[in-house]
Design a protein around this ligand. Sequence first.
Ligand code: HEM
Length: 306
Amino acid sequence: MTTPQNTPQATPQAGIFIEGNRAQHVLEYTLKADAPMADVKSALARARADVPAGIAQVLAVGPGLWARLARNHMPLGLTDFQPITGPKAHAPASQRDVLVWLHGPARDAVFDAAKAVDHALQGVAVRELDLPGFTYRDSRDMTGFIDGSANPKDVAARKVAALVPDGEAGAGGAFVLSQRYIHNLDAFNALSEAAQERVIGRTKADSIELAGDAQPADSHVSRTDLKIDGVGQKMYRRSMPYGTAGEHGLYFLAFACAQSRFEVVLNSMYGLTGDGITDHLMDFSQAVTGSYWFAPSEGDLEKALG
Ligand code: HEM
């Protein structure tokens, strides 16, 4: 079997790359200040082991906790999320210690998995976010636009975008960004379909990228489809729609080979790059949490948890 060039060889957490599950659940925790590290390790190991077969799981930890668990595997550039204040929009920081992302075919089995994880962690950590989510229609965001169209197309390309390359500290692991966004769908839906398409930068029905002059400089696509020194700032997005009739939105979740990719794109969205333009989408959705995480390779996680 041939290996595509540059595809990392360390074994990543499989749950990052499994697609097609319609039920999801995200849990975020802060460690209890007095929790002994030995107890934290065994609770995390139990949380992983207690997820029933058939449910995909990803365990990621905040920079501070990973430094305590595996100082020698600290990936370059992993730091806490900082608040972002641009000319027109603000993204708060809520940096936490543990992120568990669960997904599976059915809501009931994902619920059982979330309950098992929570049970394993409750002695050492405080639950800060407990968010069920779902696939909305044919993988659309609640604005009605397909989310994920520009993701790298095959598993090899997704691994290159999402994983720390071989030879670097943390190889086979992924930098993770999560932000819970609350949508103002009444405001978005009040726009004509053509105006909505100019906010996103793609057509609504079939997700075709607007071309040439039809693509506004402040569309979401224009603000996020970036190259730095000729290198596309690709990431692998796995965001999750969530919510109720009253409050709903997108739990933005993405994996990348470097944290700088997230920083560059966020700065562009929030109007902090040279042109000072803010992503028009930020007029219709407000971030209320923000954390950076590291999802270590299977090997690094096993070593760290003992
Ligand atoms: C309210 C929150 C957000 C919503 C509703 C949203 C939705 C979308 C949609 C509908 C697309 C176009 C289809 C696609 O290519 O997937 C897209 C593209 C994209 N988004 Fe977002 N997004 C949000 C936040 C973010 C954030 C916080 C980031 C990164 C920090 C981000 C990064 C990207 C990237 C890299 C693309 C692909 C651009 C390209 O190469 O064409 N998005 N998003």
